[in-house]
Design a protein around this ligand. Sequence first.
Ligand SMILES: *Cc1c(COP(=O)(O)O)cnc(C)c1O
Length: 397
Amino acid sequence: MSTEMLQIPVAKPLLDEQEVEAVRRVILSGWVTQGPEVSAFEREFAAFVGADHACAVSNCTTALHLALKAVGIGAGDEVITVSHSFIATANAIRYCGAVPVFIDIEAGGFNMNPDLILSAVTPRTKAILCVHQLGMPCDLSAIVAIAQDLGIPVIEDAACATGSEILWDDEWQMIGKPHGDIACFSFHPRKVMTTGDGGMLTTANSEYDRKFRLWRQHGMDVTDAVRHGANRVIFEGYPEIGFNYRMTDLQAAVGRVQLSRMPSMIAERRTLASQYSELLCDMGWLETPREPVFARSNWQSYCVKLGGGIDQMHTMQELLDKGISTRRGIMNIHLEPCYSDPTIRRVSGSLTLSEAAQTRSIILPLFAQMQAGHVDFIAKSLGYLKEEVNRLQEMAI
Ligand SMILES: *Cc1c(COP(=O)(O)O)cnc(C)c1O
């Protein structure tokens, strides 16, 4: 009998010789930072999501910073968002000197509740930053309608949502077309496709796109590609203070391969997610994630909510003892020490559902190379855990 225990990670990027070959090609070309591979990746990504413009940057946090800056967010402004997100969502608002205003999530999921937006509005409200949490599209049509009434822009934190779809004008469209004013994506290894680190901004607004390109490269008004290809001497200028938020050509080459894998990777994730939902739906003590009628998730994460009386830490430890890695649900930014100062953020209403989601949910393993047998084993392990809990409860009576 094998003594080696099955080890199932919570996530795992799908990378192989194709990505190695792509990086090799770039290294041997002699052009390694932002150049022809970045341009090609941008064209291919724009085509994939159906956007007019796509601009690659170093990660999604810098993408969010540039997006907020492009719509004019500055010191003292307020941006309505959720606390129930990765900390970068709020940090990008702080980089602009603005104040994140946190509203609660919806009862049935992990996304912003649009009904709470109006009560959070003040004369200082300048934008809405919504999140497609865990790859599940939020209720964008409701959010965009409210923003249009208010006359403020919508920025989508689509860090997890590459390849997710939304029902828009009666047809399924990719997140990032975009449906708000700007959408921001992440290519961190924990997301569905990866470039090591990396980010992308998509927009239909050519002026925003021009600003992204200026600011990501130190505010320099001539790109390296233009200077390199010119047959006359060109001196660059710096009309504005910018940043170094460039993506490298090494990363972009990996991104192009990853993008070509997206249709099959997403199909596999959808199969695994529906297998989970089938096996777990009868366990009354556990709530499985559901797609609203307007949403098709890329299943960046499969996050279940535990019923009352089921301890999160205990469940995670029991699964880990069986070789199954899990993560607790998404964090809440307002509970972190760096956001304890009430002058740098505002909480609008109660965040009860956000707080419950953090302590009551766990993320189960899901990655493209995972097998049906793994899902089966995890579901059985969860079933066995519940039997144990029942037994303990009966003994206590
Ligand atoms: C991962 C993530 C980010 C940050 O992305 P990076 O590419 O790591 O900067 C921002 N927002 C959300 C919701 C995320 O999940």
